[in-house]
Design a protein around this ligand. Structure first.
Ligand SMILES: [Ca+2]
Ligand SMILES: [Ca+2]
Length: 396
């Protein structure tokens, strides 16, 4: 016998047991390998996924391209003066920093700067710091652009917001007054609450002090902006559900001063009394919407167009991202719309871009809009996990 070799005598039963063990191991190995291969395939398929951008209908002269793909659950956006695009998410719990190093309008790098947060939908960049809105608190990441790959522990700026998660994800932005505007959605489809923070837009100083209610009767706003001339706040509001396919409209609202009440839960749109709460107050006690939008369209991000790339007719008009309906037998929304203003009043509501909805099925859902320094629009899409760039070519 060769040195080191061990002779083992196995009975038939033992050989059977061994064979059985080996075959289980083989099956398990095969199974896990197959799952791993499938996941890899899915990832590659996702990475190579061609979105049907040719389905998007835009006015003559405009085009849509992908600025950043593979940005899972992309929601609110905020751009730093250096060109870093910060993107919040809702379900994913992540915050991303997206970089276009060579400035060719195609992102080159996406860095996940925070994970596991509580629906960090809102992002706002100011003075070198990134503010992130979770459900019940506002965080601040200081000097963030020097630490994208090793972000600092965030400072808790203010944690005095309700913990309830329904309509608890937040859009946030700094106003022209230097204050951070933080909405608190209604914790229900329709309800009254003694806690006056619910169904409001609040604001506070950048250090978290001076928290106050700016506007009341707002069911759930997920997008706002200030008129570049008047510096007055405009905001979208999502209408209640379960009043039928065509009621109530979503709203574009105008809040030129602090202290206005926009009707929820008593009155919807301009003059629709709520079936349950409408008896308590008349609609004319409240500030009506500046424009009634489509029913259940889920109007989220909105921006005044302040740049020069697009034709003159778009200047200082409002673009709105409509995430798309769920509480409607025939879906609508899933598009960008334009509200035209005249003498500080909203006068017209039209579709600007559509095609994310095909035969009643959506392949994409617009969430937020941002105007780039060159005048192009960025549009985030949390369903396709993509950020689009819409530009205008002045040579047609
Ligand atoms: Ca690039
Ligand atoms: Ca209202």
């Amino acid at each position: 016998m060769i040195e080191g070799m061990v002779s083992i005598q196995l009975s038939n039963g033992e050989i059977f047991k061994l064979t059985k063990q080996i075959s289980y191991k083989f099956i398990a190995f095969f199974f896990y390998t197959a799952i791993w291969m499938f996941m890899l395939f899915c990832q590659l398929a996702y990475a190579n996924k061609e979105l049907p951008l040719n389905k998007i209908k835009l006015p003559q002269g405009f085009e849509i391209n992908i600025f950043a793909a593979n940005v899972p659950n992309a929601r609110s956006m905020s751009l730093s003066p250096n060109g870093t695009l910060f993107v919040g998410t809702r379900k994913a719990g992540n915050v991303y920093a997206i970089l276009d190093h060579n400035r060719d309008n195609i992102a080159d790098e996406a860095i996940t700067i925070a994970r596991g947060l509580n629906m960090p939908n809102g992002v706002a960049f100011s003075n070198g710091s990134l503010y992130v809105a979770e459900v019940n608190r506002i965080l601040r990441y200081d000097n963030i652009e020097d630490h994208l790959k090793d972000p600092p522990e965030p400072v808790v700026v203010n944690d005095n917001f309700p913990k309830y998660r329904g309509h608890g994800w937040k859009f946030i932005r700094f106003g022209p007054d230097g204050m951070l505007y933080v909405p608190v959605g209604a914790p229900c489809n329709v309800c009254e609450r003694k806690d006056k923070r619910y169904a409001s837009i609040m604001r506070m100083n950048s250090d978290g002090t001076g928290l106050e209610i700016f506007a009341r009767g707002v069911r759930n706003t997920v997008g706002f902006d200030w008129d570049p001339d008047t510096k007055e706040l405009w905001f979208t509001d999502n209408g209640r559900d379960w009043m039928g396919d065509d009621l109530p409209p979503d709203e574009l609202n105008h809040a030129p001063e602090i202290g206005l009440h926009f009707g929820f839960p008593y009155c919807h749109g301009k003059n629709i009394a709520d079936p349950e709460f409408g008896k308590k107050h008349r609609c004319d006690e409240f500030t009506p919407p500046a424009m009634e939008l489509g029913p259940h369209v889920a109007s989220l991000g909105m921006r005044f167009y302040t740049a020069n790339m697009f034709p003159d007719k778009y200047r200082k008009q409002i673009f709105i991202a409509e995430h798309g309906s769920w509480n409607r037998s025939v879906p609508i929304g899933y598009r960008l719309t334009l509200v035209q203003l005249k003498h500080n009043r909203a006068v017209k509501y039209d579709v600007f871009a559509e095609g994310w909805l095909q035969n009643g099925k959506a392949w994409g859902r617009p969430v937020d809009i941002l105007i780039m320094p060159d005048g192009a629009l960025l549009v985030s899409d949390d369903h396709a996990g993509t950020i689009y760039r819409i530009s205008y070519k002045n040579n047609q």
